[in-house]
Write a protein that binds this ligand. Structure first.
Ligand SMILES: [Zn+2]
Length: 361
């Protein structure tokens, strides 16, 4: 029996029987389908058509034959569960279902979750060591719209850690280079390149277009700018920072959680922090931390799991020690989200965001 034929039948005239493994059934099945436990003694209602299915339509045939002999009005579902998935996901093509199959079969995702990802938009600020894994994993996962922003050009010293770029693209703008890589990985999504830096002038306009923001920058001025703009626009974002073998990640979701400024308060004096050419970085640490940021964005979009809100996740790649520092309450004195906020719009605070330590990498 084909899925098209079943679609025209009255819903209470048939039942689905799933012959796949219990785990496969638990990870997703046709609505109201009964799981067959392998027993020959199982009894189905005689007044309904029994439609048996497996993954692709072949493994269900033996049960169909058995039930026929027992007098049931029984049919095999042509194409199995996979065909049903394709038919029941109007907004996902056959190719998309194949492409994302390994995550669609997850109980927490399914077709519904995949559609959420498809309809979501994420802005990645910085196409460097952190932005590279974030962009690749979000594009791979099928986030429908990805914005990527960076004014710098690809240089040979970037390639040790900025894995989205390659030797051929040396000299090209990083946002454009990243866009080329993402198009090659997944041409089913929309990628917008912003070949300039985030500033007090453009922050609100661009950030307001996206559902989730990734801070993949390496300077405090832009980190505070992203934080303040996201707090004022009520946008969730994931912050990360890396240096040497260490990395940290935190996620902000408006409005009950502490923001980045609640915890770090002010931009540190430039004499106390090394500039980019002095601060060494291991590419693999950027890869780990950026991958965590991608996962935070995916969990936020899907509404699953636990986010790093009110927490800073810290990893030391040398000892492989990780810890989570908790910041459960907002800072009442926070200049952007406290009781008497001083920063009420981004433009008025533009001076604080002027990058003087180093450029985004
Ligand atoms: Zn705050």
């Amino acid at each position: 029996m084909t899925i098209q034929k079943i679609a025209n039948m009255s819903e209470d005239s048939y039942i689905y029987v799933d012959v796949r493994s219990k785990i496969a059934y638990q990870h997703g099945h046709i609505a109201n389908a009964v799981h067959w436990n392998g027993s020959d003694n199982i009894i189905f209602p005689k007044n309904k058509k029994i439609i048996v299915y497996c993954t692709y339509g072949k493994n269900s045939i033996p049960l169909v034959e058995k039930l026929k002999k027992r007098g049931y009005d029984v049919y095999n579902l042509s194409g199995g569960y996979r065909e049903w998935l394709i038919h029941n996901s109007e907004e996902l093509s056959n190719e998309e279902i194949n492409r994302y199959n390994r995550q669609i079969i997850l109980e927490q995702i399914g077709i519904e979750g995949q559609l959420k990802l498809k309809n979501a938009s994420v802005l990645i600020i910085g196409a460097g060591g952190l932005g590279s894994p974030v962009a690749l994993y979000l594009a791979g996962a099928g986030v429908g719209t990805i914005g990527i922003m960076d004014a710098d050009n690809v240089s040979i010293s970037n390639l040790q850690r900025q894995i989205i770029h390659n030797t051929e693209n040396i000299g090209l703008n990083k946002a454009e280079s990243a866009k080329l890589a993402l198009r090659k990985l997944n041409d089913k999504i929309t990628v917008k390149a912003y070949p300039y830096f985030l500033t007090a002038e453009n922050a609100e306009r661009i950030i307001s277009e996206y559902d989730f923001i990734i801070d993949a920058t390496d300077n405090f001025e832009t980190k505070f700018l992203i934080n303040d703009a996201c707090v004022l626009l009520k946008k969730p974002f994931c912050h990360a920072g890396i240096m040497h073998f260490e990395g940290q990640v935190m996620t902000y979701v408006p409005e009950e959680y502490p923001c980045y400024r609640c915890i770090f308060e002010e931009i540190p004096e430039s004499e106390t922090i090394p500039n980019c050419s002095q601060a060494g970085i291991i590419g693999a640490v950027a890869g780990i931390v950026g991958s965590i940021q991608a996962l935070e964005a995916i969990k936020y979009i899907l509404g699953i799991g636990e986010l790093l809100t009110g927490k800073i996740f810290i990893i030391d790649g040398l000892s492989m020690k990780t810890r989570i520092a908790e910041f459960t309450v907002k800072n009442k004195k926070c200049k952007v989200c406290g009781e008497n906020p001083l920063i009420k719009n981004i433009q008025d605070n533009a001076e604080e965001y002027t990058v003087n330590v180093c450029k985004l990498q």
